[in-house]
Design a protein around this ligand. Structure first.
Ligand SMILES: NC(=O)c1ccc[n+]([C@@H]2O[C@H](COP(=O)([O-])OP(=O)(O)OC[C@H]3O[C@@H](n4cnc5c(N)ncnc54)[C@H](O)[C@@H]3O)[C@@H](O)[C@H]2O)c1
Length: 419
């Protein structure tokens, strides 16, 4: 196939601004021929910018996917709780599918999708972009060539960043586990996926602990208002919506707060929508810190620390092996390799690739297109592998909620039995 045609389902930040925009700029021969988007303004913008014929513009994916197939592939980038149905319908209709992570916010649905995809001659990729970053690729290659001997243990930190957490997980669409996903799934199915990929072995057991410690009414200063624009103690608060959004007009995360990127429109939004609310009074329930301990086959272990309370938005990792140590900082794009007994250190700065998530968005999109075209794509991920990382996320949450260690194999069997 020379130039596949694409349908976008959910033309928001990922569907339109990341995937569709990338294809327009880098693959002008590939047409976006149809869209399903529930927001009227975004739908009209998408149709205009990509010159989509009116009969191929839909307000909901259901109607689009009930009709005849309109393109070779679909990119599904709707909210977390609306992944399963469109993915299922699209696979059944014969579309190649790029589905944003998480596959679903229910484990049973992840397992069903993997089953549905098995044996089909269709591409089915999940948005696990980290595998496609030059940074994590370099780490994988170092482990493969035993640069630190046998891998013994990993310490991994996901530093969410205090204002990112306040924006997305206190005020934003991921603030409620029931309405979207638990934090470990929403934010960290990527990290569990990357741990599985780097270790290259099955995870056998895990235990997890975490709480919503800070962003709750009891932690509010006594004089705190309901909204930052009216709060007498706003100037002392690092999570103030004023401090987070006004300096970033025209950029993320302010672009999520209101469609028109002007000071006036932002002020109106902060008086009305959830992004202007006090972080201590936002009806949020997802945890703000979580620690997980994992044991893999061959006694490899890992700890994973997920935290809102960081200044940087980055991932940092220490990989410890029988003959050396690797310290890796995604934000700095720096990997330090130390060999025991040697006084020299090797510093690696992987080639930067343009695009979000350290170049992972670009790598994933390119791979999807190559695979559809039948060219030698890398297919660094598969539905089955994605199910593994999602399973770990659900097991981690189960462990946190029950304070029990989880045997991953038994957990999977119980889940399959319950389908
Ligand atoms: N791979 C990654 O690293 C990564 C990063 C960010 C977000 N995500 C995931 O991507 C997905 C989309 O996130 P986003 O930030 O683009 O959100 P978004 O809110 O910007 O976009 C979602 C879009 O879907 C539309 N929509 C909702 N219901 C619909 C329906 N029934 N039919 C058609 N359109 C519908 C919304 O109007 C919205 O425009 C989420 O699941 C999120 O978790 C993945």
């Amino acid at each position: 196939m020379k130039n596949p045609t694409i349908t976008i389902i959910g033309a928001g930040q990922r569907g339109k601004d990341v995937y569709a925009s990338y294809l327009k700029e880098h693959h002008p021969g590939i047409s976006i021929v149809a869209v399903a988007e529930s927001d009227e303004i975004k739908r009209a913008e998408m149709a205009r910018e990509f010159q989509i014929r009116p009969e191929n513009v839909f307000s909901c994916y259901q109607r689009l996917l009930e009709g005849p197939r309109l393109s070779d592939a679909v990119i599904i980038a709707t909210p977390d709780d609306q992944h399963f149905v469109p993915a299922q319908l699209a696979l059944e209709k014969g579309y190649h599918v790029l589905l944003e992570k998480p596959m679903s916010n229910k484990l049973s649905e992840c397992l069903k999708l993997a089953e549905l995809a098995r044996g089909r001659n269709q591409v089915f990729l999940i948005g696990h972009v980290l595998r496609y970053t030059p940074f994590f690729t370099a780490l994988k290659q170092l482990l493969q060539r035993k640069a630190i001997g046998e891998l013994i243990t990993i310490q991994h930190n996901e530093n969410i960043g205090y204002y990112h957490f306040a924006h997305s997980f206190v005020r934003g669409v991921w603030k409620s586990a029931a309405d979207s996903s638990p934090l470990i799934l929403a934010k960290s199915c990527h990290d569990l996926d990357i741990l599985l990929w780097l270790v290259g072995k099955n995870c056998l057991k895990l235990s997890s602990y975490g709480q919503l410690s800070h962003f709750r009414p009891e932690a509010a200063p006594p004089q705190a208002g309901e909204r930052c624009l009216e709060c007498p103690v706003e100037s002392d608060c690092p999570y103030s919506a004023k401090k987070i959004y006004y300096p970033r007009i025209g950029k993320w995360p302010t672009t999520v707060v209101c469609s028109e990127q002007t000071e006036q429109a932002l002020t109106a939004a902060l008086y009305q929508n959830d992004y202007g609310r006090c972080v201590y009074k936002s009806n949020n329930d997802v945890v703000d810190h979580q620690v997980t301990i994992l044991e893999f086959e061959d006694k490899v272990t890992a700890t994973f620390n997920l935290s809102a309370f960081t200044s940087d938005i980055s991932r940092t990792m220490k990989l410890m092996g029988s003959k050396g140590e690797i310290r890796a900082h995604l934000g700095l794009n720096e990997i330090e390799v130390i060999t025991f007994g040697s006084s020299s250190k090797q510093i690696i700065r992987p080639d930067l690739r343009a695009g979000g998530h350290g170049g992972g968005d670009t790598g994933l999109t390119e791979d999807f297109i190559s695979l559809i075209k039948g060219e030698a794509g890398q297919a660094l991920t598969s539905a089955e592998e994605s199910v593994q990382s999602h399973l770990l996320a659900f097991a981690t949450e189960e462990s946190r909620l029950t304070s029990k260690s989880i045997d991953v194999k038994q957990y999977r069997q119980a889940m399959i039995k319950g389908l």
